[in-house]
Design a protein around this ligand. Structure first.
Ligand code: GLU
Length: 400
């Protein structure tokens, strides 16, 4: 074929988190000794009540098409969850069930972006955000959260990043990869600018239950925000359902209607069985989620303790999510045992994978080449092995 493929897709990078996870799983399947803290994927099984809800759905014949927006029962249950947990008042017509939170982010952007529109993305950011914005013809505008401010952006920074072309801000709170969490006051000051500048907010809240101090606050709950915010959430992280691919958009009604229309053309709807599984998740109570949060907190503390002895500049203690974003730039310029110079986070991660069989994600994927990301949603034994390998790999690097 000589006809060119879409130019828009040629400018899109593949997801590095997904690529590393795929590579690590492939190496393990080939019998290689690889420890992977690459993808953020809880190591626990999907809780029993969810499995049972899915099996029952299959036996009850819930295997046919649903409405594009999803089944009414689960959308009602999502509304109850948003009311109860987040003080948000949605009706089922405002909820669109999606094939995971990533798909919900795509839907939100697809509804908002015209070619040339700017979308503000606080950096460090989740790898997928800028690529989706570009794919849809928009321009990502990065606002750097400083390390001193726990990688969070300020209202002043947001104000000065807004232009005539700004359509929305896309924020992940708690944040993947930094683990930072915006407090109520910080969110309020950002919300004032969002309202003043009359832009939309896409608030990806997929890690909301993994906040280690204090309470999570949804951006949509603040004054003037409900009518301009699309809340993104999903079950992959909170209910160990990564492979089920189930999440949702909760949006102002006119936006939800368009998302439903797009979805009706693109995918029709997420899996009927997965929707019933999500209903099971929403009905099972918070016990297993809370237990998982407590476990992740212990693992976070372990990672901080171990890496602070290995790194020259210690990592910030993450307040939420399950990632450690660790500064490794002190090791740049050093040589590997085979004589290659480490020039950045991609080199370092490649070296650690080849030399030590440790899979972690380069900070470059998240817009900060000085760091690497560890997922600590892994067993204690895996974390211990990962830290041993990290330490051993860094010790082998010598000054040039
Ligand atoms: N969200 C997870 C991560 O950042 C899973 C992989 C992905 O979709 O990026 O590792």
């Amino acid at each position: 074929m000589t006809r060119p493929l879409s130019t828009r897709t040629q400018n899109i990078a593949a997801s590095l988190t997904v690529a590393i996870d795929t590579l690590a799983k492939q190496m393990i399947a080939e019998g290689k000794d690889v420890v992977s803290l690459g993808a953020g994927e809880p190591d626990f099984p999907t809780p029993e009540p969810i499995q049972e809800a899915a099996c029952k759905a299959i036996h009850d014949g819930k295997t046919r098409y649903t409405a594009p927006v999803g089944i009414l029962e689960v959308r009602k249950a999502v509304c109850e969850k948003l009311e109860h947990d987040n003080d948000l008042h949605f009706t089922p017509e405002q909820i669109v069930m999606t094939s995971g939170a990533k798909h919900a982010v795509f839907n939100a952007l697809a509804v908002l972006i015209n070619p040339g529109d700017e979308v503000i993305i606080p950096a460090p950011y989740w790898v997928t955000y800028p690529e989706l914005v570009k794919w849809l013809g928009g321009t990502p505008v990065f606002v750097q959260g400083s390390r001193e401010n726990d990688f969070k952006i300020t209202a002043e920074q947001l104000r000065s990043a807004c232009t005539e072309k700004t359509k929305a801000i896309l924020v992940n709170n708690p944040c993947n990869p930094t683990g930072s969490v915006y407090s109520r006051d910080e969110l309020e000051s950002l919300a004032k600018v969002i309202v003043e500048k009359d832009i939309y907010c896409i608030s990806d809240e997929v890690y909301e239950y993994f906040v280690y101090n204090g309470k999570f606050m949804s951006a949509a709950a603040l004054d003037g925000m409900a009518e301009r915010t699309i809340v993104i959430n999903g079950f992959s992280k909170s209910h160990c359902m990564t492979g089920w691919r189930i999440g949702y958009d909760a949006a102002p009604l006119p936006i939800a209607k368009v998302i439903g229309k797009i979805q009706g053309q693109a995918t029709h709807h997420p899996s009927n069985v997965a929707q019933y599984a999500a209903l099971g998740a929403l009905q099972m109570g918070m016990h297993s989620v809370n237990r998982m949060r407590d476990t992740f907190k212990k693992r976070r503390d372990y990672m901080i303790e171990r890496t602070s002895k290995i790194l020259k500049t210690p990592a910030k203690t993450p307040e939420g999510a399950f990632y450690l974003f660790a500064p490794v730039n002190d090791f740049y310029g050093k040589k590997t045992p085979s004589g290659e110079v480490i020039t950045g986070s991609i080199d370092l991660c490649r070296y650690l994978l080849e030399q030590e069989g440790l899979a972690i994600v380069p900070g470059a994927a998240f817009g900060d080449d000085s760091c690497v990301r560890f997922s600590y949603a892994a067993s204690d034994e895996t974390l211990q092995k990962a830290c041993d390998r990290f330490e051993s790999g860094l010790k082998l690097l010598c000054s040039t």
